[in-house]
Write a protein that binds this ligand. Structure first.
Ligand SMILES: [Zn+2]
Length: 285
């Protein structure tokens, strides 16, 4: 008998303010982008992909998950940025069986974010009083493949996304890819950790996602209600290519923001675009 088909359901925490430096122009107020957590479930068991950030976001996620009536046995973490794993401590209060899982490189980056004084202070200051007291880090997988009710799931280390050592989770039997921050959907892309070369590598990572031939593609940052379709792969590549071209035109932060908004003004959270543009101009020297 073949196992029950896996289902893929996506929860999105809406965009919300965080405590950050004040904006320098329209749309630059500190807002945290909308984020997804994905439930992959069989007949009885399920795993989540990525955790959201604040105690309140995780509590709301847990309420949503309970509606499916599954035993949550794992939480796969796509990459090391704290907004994708820092909710693990709270999630395990709701689902004590849920083991955090990530590739060795992702655990390394998450450990750095948890222990580097500057970075851990940044997260605490950004969401004062809203984060777990003690970080729970994901555990390193010893292989890139694991099972959920006899279905194979594969961690695919694609490399560059909005940070290095990024992965996506491939669910072959559901023709689904949960893309973490390799894929964005309807949200400005965070390019502050990249330069032109690594953005090129990021576009290659998106090619690697497309090569998996998915019918469902879930972006780590997606606007509420956006469909989880493969079109977000090429749209992400277009965004990165436009960003590099516009940065190379040599204009100011405002010039970059305005040129990108002309092409991509329908995306959520221009604060991220302002941040990316400021970083690109600073790197230009
Ligand atoms: Zn993120």
């Amino acid at each position: 008998m073949s196992p029950a088909a896996l289902t893929v359901d996506v929860y999105v925490a809406p965009m919300r303010p965080f405590a950050g430096a004040p904006g320098q122009g329209p749309g630059d107020d500190p807002m945290w982008s909308p984020m997804s957590s994905t439930l992959i479930a069989g007949a009885e068991q399920g795993i989540l992909v990525d955790t959201l950030v604040t105690l309140g976001q995780v509590d709301a996620l847990a309420d949503w998950v309970r509606g499916f009536g599954k035993r949550i046995t794992g939480v796969y973490i796509t990459h090391g940025h704290s907004d994708h794993w820092i909710g693990l401590a709270r999630l395990q209060e709701h689902f004590p069986e849920a083991r955090g899982m990530a590739t060795r490189e992702v655990v390394g980056r998450a450990t750095f974010e948890a222990t580097d004084p500057g970075l851990s202070a940044y997260w605490k200051a950004s969401f004062p009083g809203e984060l777990p007291e003690t970080a729970v880090l994901p555990e390193a997988l010893t292989t890139d493949e694991f099972e959920l009710e006899d279905h194979l799931l594969r961690a695919v280390p694609v490399g560059q996304g909005d940070t290095e050592f990024s992965t996506v989770l491939h669910v072959p039997s559901a023709a689904a890819v949960v893309g973490g921050d390799v894929v964005y959907n309807g949200v400005h892309m965070m390019t502050a950790e990249t330069d032109e070369n690594s953005r090129q590598a990021w576009m290659g990572s998106l090619d690697a996602v497309a090569a998996l031939n998915p019918q469902i593609v879930v972006a780590g940052h997606k606007s509420v209600g956006a469909p989880d379709l493969p079109a977000s792969i090429t749209a992400s590549q277009q965004y990165l290519s436009d960003f590099s071209r516009i940065v190379n035109e040599g204009g100011s932060v405002e010039d970059i923001v305005n040129a990108m908004l002309t092409l991509h003004g329908d995306r959520d959270n221009p604060r991220t675009l302002w941040h990316s543009a400021r970083t690109a101009v600073a790197k230009r020297g």
